[in-house]
Design a protein around this ligand. Structure first.
Ligand code: ATP
Ligand code: MG
Length: 405
């Protein structure tokens, strides 16, 4: 189903039972999907649905890999039980890979939801800096999934950890991307050690669709850093073969077909999706609305930096400094009109130093206005006081047309 006009589409389960990506639908409850949504309702036993509004494609299909996904969940649940009984050391770490638009994020959501339905709380790690489903674009994030995803809006999870990458494509700075991946892997391993529940429930890791060249090598780095037990490859046969060749023997691999309902998304649709995620980060959803603050801060009360610098010619480099170092440089940025409308991460670091790279972030703000005369920034922020003075620049731009604070 896809509504492509301004109006949304309302869906109601009238009889039977059905779910959306692992979350059961309530009988006779009206779910309103914003225009442009692509989704699928799945039923094991049969159901009647009512759709009200302008759908673009609404059809019934028997061609679905849901049974394969459910079997995979059953296998993972067996490992959870073995861990509970002391027969395994931890729940499985599952890595989901594949090209763009094959249903990677959806499969992660289904596996997390099915686990929650069994009383588990897996760690969900989203390493996709383009379409991150936990926080905002330009970041990598992880959360403990202790509640089902909303059928319309997906996960809205409290216990999170996030690192700012700053760009929506890993190719913008591969060394930085890999460094942050390793940081995230250290953190989530710590979560597994500290929380018995997370240890039993395991981890589901989502990746972005960059699977060739450097992107492929990064997938191997991810598998190694997170100590993946199982890699699920969606659709792409050659990727699956390559992974079988290059991953250690103890890593299991599976290849699943993509759902026939998934269509390729245009760049426009992707960028609209990114905007929607930033909107959701600050304003929440219809089910769980949030009220962000507009806060004014003097220039001197914040420090802004960028992760990664322009590459200098080798002749300009000091002796002993390698040309690659520029990727992971923390560069101070002056207040400037160019920062207006940019999303910024609020670092847990106390001041700007190379240490910023080792720090995760409290959250994100948007620079609404740069007032060069009064030396102040106006920020859109989820909290009314900045928890730290260090802001990390991202290339993500958000034009806030809803602000009325
Ligand atoms: N069975 C299905 N029928 C129709 N739409 C679906 C189905 N499964 C997933 N979708 C929708 O297809 C779109 C793409 O799915 P998804 O985001 O999971 O793919 P992806 O591989 O993660 O894409 P990306 O490469 O952008 O990360 C989403 O909007 C999702 O809601
Ligand atoms: Mg995805």
């Amino acid at each position: 189903m896809a509504g492509d006009t301004k109006e949304g589409v309302t869906l109601e389960l009238v009889t039977g039972s059905a779910e959306i990506f692992g979350t059961d639908l309530q009988l006779n409850k009206k779910y309103t999907f914003p225009s442009g949504t692509r989704t699928a309702v799945f039923t094991y036993q049969g159901c009647t649905l009512e759709l009200i509004g302008p759908t673009v494609h609404a059809y019934v299909s028997n061609n679905t890999p849901m049974a394969i996904f459910a079997n995979t969940h059953a296998g993972l649940e067996d490992i959870c039980r073995d861990t509970e009984n002391g027969e395994a050391s931890r729940g499985f770490v599952v890595l989901v890979v594949g090209p763009t638009d094959v249903g990677k994020s959806t499969l992660c959501r289904i596996l997390c939801n099915y686990a929650v339905r069994k009383g588990r709380s897996p760690i969900f790690v989203d390493l996709d800096v383009g379409q991150n489903c936990l926080t905002v674009p330009g970041s990598i994030s992880a959360a403990i999934v202790d509640q089902l995803a909303d059928p319309v809006h997906g996960f809205q999870l409290e216990q999170q950890i996030s690192y700012c990458f700053g760009s929506t494509t890993p190719t913008a700075n591969m060394p930085l991307y890999e460094l942050l991946i390793r940081k995230m892997a250290e953190n989530t391993a710590e979560w597994m050690k500290r929380s018995r529940n997370a240890c039993i429930s395991g981890m589901i890791i989502n990746t972005c669709g960059y699977i060739t060249g450097e992107g492929y090598k990064t997938l191997l780095t991810i598998a190694e850093s997170f100590e993946a037990d199982l890699v699920i490859c969606l659709e792409h046969e050659r990727l699956y073969m390559d992974l079988n060749r290059d991953l250690p023997n103890f890593v299991k691999t599976l290849r699943f077909p993509k759902s026939s309902g998934i269509e390729d998304r245009s760049q426009n649709v992707r960028s609209y999706g990114r905007e929607a995620m930033v909107q959701r980060y600050f304003y929440g959803t219809r089910a769980l609305p949030l009220k962000p603050y507009r806060i004014e801060v003097p220039f001197e009360s914040v420090e802004i930096c960028q992760l990664g610098a322009e590459k200098l010619p080798d002749s300009c480099l000091p002796f002993g400094v390698s040309a690659d170092d520029h990727h992971t440089k923390v560069v101070y940025m002056k207040p400037d009109m160019k920062l207006q409308h940019h999303l910024m991460a609020v670092s847990t670091a106390k001041l700007i130093s190379p240490e910023v790279l080792n720090h995760n972030v409290f959250g994100y703000v948007v620079i609404l206005e740069v007032d060069l005369q009064n030396h102040t920034f106006a920020l859109l922020s989820p909290v009314n006081e900045l928890p730290s003075k260090v802001l990390i620049y991202t290339e993500v731009v958000f034009m806030d047309d809803q602000i009325n604070l």
